[in-house]
Design a protein around this ligand. Structure first.
Ligand code: UTP
Length: 288
């Protein structure tokens, strides 16, 4: 079995729910406390042994790649001034030369199409997909938790969460077979089903480990829910041909593509940091 070394980060969406903030800036550059969402995702992947990254970008998203470049003048100035603690804070925002590539999705035709755009990068290897606007607060990286299950079961493993039944029409939903309460065998996948038609209330969230064969399925360019080329539809065609599991990961996910989810993430991440927790606890009661 090949080990997991690659991650694809689709960041070509329009981010309409965050306008006007995302008019000239990528949603994934929004910060939680002091770090952009894209950096949280890259750090989570690195903690799982991922060495190669592909950002699927669109127009106006160059800052995402530049964030991981050397900031030569800034770093030289900080060194000159002896600000070594501040310099240390830039460590997570650097990259091994050649470890980040970007490809363009010229028109946002859907998440499935964005992944297809990374086909040359993926080649014949298993790969992780990370949607950076799903932000994870956990002791163990979710990509690592998925990779560990992939190491046992082989095949495809996706992160899943129970959602309220009335919200199934916002997510990719699983039809579940054998289920031990943490890992569930996937028998079917449906994108955004109506609550009355949903096979369960177990939804896919923004972390996946997939086999390269999904690219062949996405090459059909079939439009699914919302007229978009859906990743869920491509994945569904692998069921029965390859092992496919859903994993309830340990830790919490914040939907930072949604304004309330993003604000909650700010509070939760600040409270999890020793340098911020007391300050936040001091002002929070004023707002309850
Ligand atoms: P979303 O559904 O959150 O869409 O995409 P969005 O455009 O980012 O945001 P809203 O809904 O307009 O506010 C989920 C993920 O898939 C990527 C997005 O960048 C995000 O990471 N995506 C989606 C693409 O890269 N290309 C697409 O064509 C669609």
């Amino acid at each position: 079995m090949k080990s997991l070394r690659k991650a694809v980060l689709p960041v070509a969406g329009l981010g309409t729910r965050f306008l006007p903030a995302t008019k000239a800036m990528a949603k994934e550059m929004l910060t939680v406390v002091d770090k952009p969402l894209i950096q949280y995702a890259v750090e989570e992947a690195r903690a799982a042994g991922i060495e190669q990254f592909c950002f699927v970008t669109g127009r106006g998203k160059t800052a995402l790649v530049e964030h991981f470049d050397l900031a030569y003048e800034l770093e030289a100035t900080l060194k000159e001034r002896g600000k070594f603690d501040t310099l240390k804070q830039l460590e997570g925002a650097s990259a091994i030369p050649g470890s980040i590539v970007s490809v363009r999705q010229q028109v946002p035709l859907g998440l499935g199409h964005a992944i297809w755009c990374a086909r040359a990068f993926i080649g014949d290897d298993p790969f992780a997909i990370m949607l950076p606007d799903d932000l994870i607060l956990a002791d163990t990286s979710w990509v690592k938790q998925l990779a560990d299950v992939y190491g046992q079961t082989g095949g495809n493993v996706v992160a899943v969460e129970e959602v309220p039944r009335e919200h199934t029409n916002r997510y990719g939903i699983l039809k579940v077979g054998a289920d031990d309460g943490r890992t569930a065998e996937v028998l079917g996948l449906v994108e955004k089903p109506k609550p009355e038609e949903a096979p369960s209330n177990l939804s896919i969230v923004g972390r996946y480990v997939l086999m390269p064969e999904v690219i062949g399925e996405l090459s059909r360019f079939e439009k699914g829910a919302g007229g978009e080329i859906q990743l869920t539809d491509g994945m569904a065609r692998l069921i029965g041909r390859q092992p496919f599991h859903g994993l309830r990961c340990h830790g919490r996910r914040f939907d930072c593509g949604d304004k309330a989810g993003y604000l909650e993430a700010q509070i939760a991440f600040a409270l999890s940091r020793p340098d911020m927790a007391d300050k936040v606890r001091a002002f929070l009661p004023r707002y309850s």
